[in-house]
Design a protein around this ligand. Sequence first.
Ligand SMILES: [Zn+2]
Length: 87
Amino acid sequence: MAVCFDCGREFPDGERYCPFCGSPAEVEIPSDRDLRDASPGYSAGGGGRRLIVLLFALILFLGLLLFIVYMERLISVKTAQISASIY
Ligand SMILES: [Zn+2]
């Protein structure tokens, strides 16, 4: 049984409108907050996304560092080759 929120009378479930006063029956639509509470890890989704961004930044930083080291080595090799060709 459902209870009309308008007149307070009971009427069978499945009725879209109260048969007594005609007001729409309460339909349980889960709100955004309910959905957020229902799915675990959703509230932590922001944190997870932040972690991914942090990880991406770290990878980017390491890549840049490796690139710099590689370039320096390449330059030192080239200068070594140049100096070897001179002598
Ligand atoms: Zn009613």
